[in-house]
Write a protein that binds this ligand. Structure first.
Ligand code: SAH
Length: 289
């Protein structure tokens, strides 16, 4: 079978024609050769496919009483380490996830006026009425994704994210899985995410403008699907695009009328759903705007 041609970042894909738009797209290097330049964005060149000594992977600096930054530059690494430590203290146990949170510069994804809060465990406005998710929630959802059956066999191959927003979670995912397909329905945020992610030069992140309720069948089937927006129900398209052994993690309105994290695993026998803790995400909406 011929592998479908996949555009590399920063591809823009018109979901209606299904074709990449814009300028020449360089083929993505294999994740093995993917390097995040330490100079361009100050991000360590972590490679999810290399086994690191996870026990010492996260620099667990003592948690300051406040996460308020003393400035940005070399010490933003210390801010991230403190954030990772805070997440570890609040129950995130995946060393890989903590390491990714400790690596991705969140201050590059928020407006200048909010930069001082970038390493607090809080959601922040990113424009157009949307928010960058709280780090604890990003970490929790990705940790759940990495507990799937497929994840137990090695790094996840393809992951679909619904709701790119400013691109932060996509950057965190890019540290942990081979290919990230991230869809955003708001053109303004899609563009913002492209601009935010550009310096990171993540060849394994594919940004798409479209209605994520329809998924993105061309990139599937997905070993993981993660939604940053909550709907009344899990769209059928997501279930259809989930690989056997794959896991979907999404905020969804449950029987009580409240939004909760829903985890759905696909096995050869069918789908298995778990409803976890209550959460509060922006609404999943259809169409693009
Ligand atoms: N992952 C983001 C969080 C963004 S908030 C981050 O790291 O910052 C959730 C996003 O979901 C919003 O930007 C919203 O516009 C988007 N969204 C809502 N419904 C959508 C849909 N049907 N398809 C794609 N994106 C959607």
């Amino acid at each position: 079978m011929t592998a479908p041609q996949r555009p590399s970042f920063p591809a823009r894909i018109d979901l209606h024609s299904g074709k990449p738009t814009g300028k020449t797209v360089t083929p993505a290097p294999t994740p093995k050769t993917r390097a995040v330049p330490a100079t361009a964005a100050g991000v360590n060149g972590l490679n999810p496919l290399k086994k690191t000594n996870t026990a010492s992977a996260v620099a667990l600096a003592p948690m300051a009483s406040s996460l308020a930054p003393r400035g940005f530059g070399m010490d933003s690494a210390a801010m991230r380490a403190r954030l990772a430590q805070h997440l570890a203290n609040t129950g995130i146990s995946s060393k890989a996830v903590l390491q990714a949170i400790g690596t991705v510069e969140r201050h590059r994804f928020v407006d200048t006026a909010l930069v001082n809060q970038a390493y607090e465990d809080t959601s922040l406005p990113i424009g157009l009425g949307q928010t960058i998710s709280k780090p604890n929630v990003v970490a929790r959802m990705i940790e759940l994704l990495l507990q799937s059956e497929l994840a137990s066999r090695g790094p996840l191959t393809r992951v679909l994210e619904i709701g790119t927003g400013c691109g932060y979670q996509a950057a965190v995912l890019a540290e942990l899985v081979r290919e990230v397909y991230s869809i955003e329905r708001l053109r303004g945020l899609h563009e913002k995410a492209r601009a935010n992610l550009r310096p990171f030069k993540l060849a394994n992140v594919h940004l798409l403008l479209g209605d994520g309720m329809l998924g993105y069948p061309k990139g599937g089937p997905y070993a993981g699907i993660i939604s940053a927006a909550g709907g009344e129900a899990v769209p059928q398209a997501w279930l259809e695009q989930l690989a056997v052994g794959g896991r979907l993690v999404a905020p969804t309105v449950t029987h009580g009328g409240q939004q909760a994290l829903v985890v759905i695993d696909r096995s050869a026998q069918g789908l298995h759903q778990q409803v976890l803790e209550a959460v509060h995400f922006v609404p999943l909406k259809s169409g693009i705007a």
